[in-house]
Design a protein around this ligand. Sequence first.
Ligand code: ADP
Ligand code: MG
Length: 262
Amino acid sequence: MSSAADAPGPVVLRTAGLTKSFRGLVALREHAIELREGEILGVIGPNGSGKSTFFNLITGFSRPDSGAIEFRGRSIVGVGTARIVGLGIARTFQGSRLFGSLSVAENILAAAQLRHPVGPVAAVLRGPRYRAHAREAETIAARLLNLMGLASQADRPAVDLPYGDQRRLEIARALATEPTLLLLDEPAAGLNSGETRALTALIRRIRDLHGVTVVVVEHDMDLIMNLCERIQVLATGEVICVGSPEAVRSHPRVREAYLGHA
Ligand code: ADP
Ligand code: MG
C-alpha cells in the first residue's frame, strides 16, 4: 500500500472531557475520542453505559455539562439538531422514527429536503430555486433506493415493509442528508445473522462509496468485530478502553465487564 493510503486523514470528530449527568446520575464521564476521516469506529457497552447519550450530545439532542465536541476543528457544543444536519452529521435512532404512513421514497425525500431546504416563500412561488432543490432531492432519493436495495419497495408505505427493510430505510434516510459523519445506533438490533452480515457489508460499502466516517453503537459482536477498525468500550458512562478489535477482545476489563455477559 502506498504511503498516502496509510497517512491518517484529517480529524473529523474530537471529544474531550465530555460529561453529561441526569439528576445526579453520570450518563457519560470524561469521554474522549478522535475520529479520522473514513474511519469506522464501534462503540460497545452494556445497556445504560452511555452510548446513546454520546450520540445525543454530538447531534444536539442533549447539551453536555462540560467538555468539548469538535466537528472538523470547530466546536459544535450548543449547536441545534437542524444545524447539525446542515453541517453534515446524520444519525439513526435506537427505535424506529420512520414516517409510517409515508412511502419509502417519501421518507427519503423528506430527509433529503432537510439538507436542501425549500423555504416557505420559494415553495409558494415554485420558482427555479425550488425546482432545483426538489430535483436534487429526487436524484439523491433514487440513488439511495438503489444503493440500499429498496427500489422495488419505493411506493409502499414504510410501515408495510419487512423489519429488515425498515432498518435499512432508516439508514437511507440518514444518508439522504448527505452526511460526512454517520452515527448508527444499534442498526442490527432485531436482525438475524444473515441480515446482520448483509448489513455489515452494506455499511462498509457506504463508507467506501461515500467516504463517510462512521460510528456504530451495537450489541452484535460479529458486526462490531467484522466492521470496525477501532472499538471503544463504555461501562457506566466511562471509557474502559479503545483499540483494534484484537486489542479490545483481549482486554481483561472488557472480557469481565462486557463480553462475559454478551
Ligand atoms: P445506552 O445507550 O448505552 O444503553 P444511554 O446513553 O441511553 O445508554 O443511557 C445512559 C444512562 O443515562 C442510563 O442510566 C439512562 O437511564 C440515563 N439517561 C439517558 N438519557 C436520559 C434522560 N434523557 N433522562 C434521564 N436519564 C437518562
Ligand atoms: Mg442506547
